[in-house]
Design a protein around this ligand. Structure first.
Ligand code: SF4
Ligand code: FES
Length: 386
């Protein structure tokens, strides 16, 4: 799936003004219905230890959670995974979201959707569909996703989405091995009548960290990407909205990950754990509360994990005395942990981090090498090189 912080941009500006206390009401939730997925993307953002199907929340549990979300004032639910269409009760879940007044977005690989199923989802009140594409051409897309004929299927499903008049976002996860198809992917999004394309360079945590060298673009590729995006934005104004996320390792300032830890968004894992972001379980030493044990509103306000890096009080230097600390909240906690061993350190994507120069040089060095073979993940827990 995509870098999830981008999946929340459907929230309208101004919604965050409903602040309550120091961290307000969450605007949106990413409901990870399952970790099961037919694709094997080498940059998968799901945790390394996937949750088994037998641990997943059942239909009634998800429905209760959605009722609680609506009571809290949450506006949007993003059904995600893994692949959410693996769940046979997807339409029932969408219908419940509609009944309690949540705007629903389906983040999907599309390969498991039939025309009838999509009709049922639209009838249930689904508001938006976001389809991930691995490339613009079938051979490359199917190789990256590890799923034969997946690309052709996605194109077909995207057509059904638009025929049902559902808004469509193309999620284009970009890296060293598909950036040469970016122009074609933007043209593909226009041809599919999408409203929006997310040009999201891979972020390196979870499985993507294992494949970093195979995925890291060169600096020249990145500069060319930026040129392509700027030219397309000017050319396609009013036709296609283009979001653009550059790879952290080449950035000077970090991204405001998830809009700030425990500030506006959270994830619910397939078994009901409430996480500040999709990768938070990579940070060791954090305990996450479950919707199976506590009401969601209690968890949002009192969870030790959500409170640990809220606001700015936990920061060390250089963030503590930095003028940007309320703007980026010190970047990504998961990346800080993955690269420095301490989630309270400044994200090394920031030029003020003492680790930043090393990170930049590492990106240059890795991208200068011949890319190694992808290490694929699969739900049975095995790995495959190809
Ligand atoms: Fe952001 Fe911290 Fe860098 Fe300042 S020092 S720009 S707050 S990450
Ligand atoms: Fe950025 Fe977890 S992915 S805080």
């Amino acid at each position: 799936m995509s870098a999830p912080e981008d999946d929340f941009r459907l929230v309208g500006a101004g919604a965050g003004e409903r602040a309550e206390g120091s961290y307000g009401i969450p605007l949106a939730v990413l409901a990870e219905l399952t970790h099961r997925c037919p694709l094997q993307c080498p940059y998968c953002s799901n945790p390394l230890d996937l949750e088994a199907a037998g641990r997943e929340l059942d239909t009634a549990e998800w429905q209760r959670v959605m009722t609680e979300l609506a009571e809290m004032g949450v506006l949007q639910i993003h059904f995600s995974g893994g692949e959410p269409a693996v769940r046979k009760d997807l339409a029932a879940l969408v219908r419940h979201a509609t009944e309690v007044g949540l705007y629903s977005n389906l983040i999907t690989s599309a390969v498991m959707l039939s025309r009838d199923r999509l009709h049922a989802l639209a009838d249930a009140g689904l508001c938006h569909v976001q389809i991930s594409f691995q490339a613009a051409t079938a051979p490359l897309a199917d190789r990256v996703g590890g799923f034969r004929n997946g690309h052709a299927r996605k194109i077909e499903v995207a057509g059904w989405v638009r025929a049902l008049d559902l808004p469509l976002t193309v999620n284009a996860v970009m890296h060293r091995q598909n950036l040469h198809e970016l122009r074609a992917m933007i043209d593909m999004a226009v041809a599919l009548d999408a409203d929006r394309i997310e040009v999201a360079n891979v972020q390196y945590y979870g499985w993507a960290l294992r494949n970093r060298q195979a995925l890291m673009p060169t600096l020249e590729q990145l500069e060319e990407t930026t040129r392509i995006v700027e030219e397309a934005r000017a050319r396609l104004q009013g036709v296609l909205e283009i979001d653009y996320v550059i790879p952290d390792y080449y950035a000077l300032r970090p991204k405001q990950c998830m809009g700030g830890w425990g500030r506006q968004f959270f994830n619910i894992s397939p078994s009901g754990k409430v996480l500040p972001c999709h990768a938070a379980e990579t940070i060791t030493g954090l305990e996450f509360d479950s919707v199976r044990d506590r009401p969601l509103a209690w968890i949002w306000h009192h969870s030790e994990a959500l409170n640990r890096y809220r606001g700015t009080g936990w920061m060390k230097e250089p963030c503590r005395s930095c003028a940007h600390k309320e703007a980026d909240f010190g970047g990504c906690r998961c990346q800080a942990f993955a690269l420095t061993g301490d989630a309270a350190n400044t994200d090394p994507a920031c030029a003020l981090s003492p680790r930043h120069e090393d990170l930049f040089r590492l990106a240059l060095a890795e991208s200068a090498q011949e890319p190694p073979r992808f290490l694929y993940r699969n739900f049975s827990g095995g790995t495959v090189e190809a």
